[in-house]
Design a protein around this ligand. Structure first.
Ligand code: ADP
Ligand code: MG
Ligand code: MG
Length: 199
């Protein structure tokens, strides 16, 4: 069973991973965007970490909803509202249960990913974070490791795609041949989940 502390540690681990990979994420965004994805997420997850530490929420759902709110209020770019919606919606689905199962998390994450698709109007193959998140949510029904591997494979699979949503879509065919920054950070989020102890 996964408790509030597990979700708190997932978010803390994501913040550390985003810090480590910020330069890489920004480099990917400089090829097909505006070179701010690393700094956007660094600012966002630093705020998430600080808010969770200040007043640790008591349930898994509350941890994710607070994290989502922080991302929406601190990240100016497209990724803030999208990741914010992902975490808020996933948290809302978890309700106020003190602990949740991996199966319940898998179902809730599926709803969160669907909310991202609805907000951004993107679908699989559009070269966005969804190309990592959709296969990850699906594979989470099997295991954390399967979800981590599916997200990573999904991020790599964005390289040959032409972007149809977000800033990268302005480049048309010139977006081909570059890995999507948001799909790359989504793989970090899921890798952090798989690396969090206590499942
Ligand atoms: P911005 O593009 O506003 O500078 P970021 O650089 O932080 O924001 O985030 C860019 C990432 O957001 C892209 O790599 C892509 O994965 C994701 N993204 C952009 N638009 C959409 C969308 N409509 N649906 C899903 N993901 C999107
Ligand atoms: Mg950007
Ligand atoms: Mg920007």
């Amino acid at each position: 069973m996964l408790d509030a502390d597990f979700f708190h540690r997932w978010m803390t681990r994501t913040a550390a991973s985003v810090d480590r990979e910020a330069a890489h994420l920004t480099e990917l965004d400089s090829a097909i965007g505006d070179a701010d994805h690393g700094s956007n997420l660094q600012r966002g997850f630093t705020a998430v970490s600080a808010a969770l530490d200040k007043e640790p929420p008591q349930t898994p759902g509350a941890v994710l909803m607070l994290a989502g709110r922080q991302l929406i209020s601190t990240v100016g770019g497209a990724s803030g509202p999208l990741y914010g919606t992902l975490l808020r919606r996933t948290g809302k689905e978890l309700g106020d249960a003190p602990t949740v199962t991996v199966e319940e998390l898998a179902r809730a994450l599926g709803a969160g990913v669907a909310a991202v698709a609805q907000l951004g109007g993107a679908q699989a193959g559009d070269k966005t974070m969804l190309d990592a998140l959709l296969p990850a949510a699906e594979a989470l029904g099997t295991s954390f490791e399967a979800a981590r591997d599916a997200a990573r494979a999904g991020a790599l699979a964005t390289v040959p795609m032409q972007a149809r949503k977000g800033r990268a879509s302005y480049l048309g065919e010139r977006s081909i041949g570059h890995q999507d920054p948001g799909a790359t950070s989504a793989a970090l989020l899921i890798a952090a989940l798989a690396a969090t102890d206590g499942a």
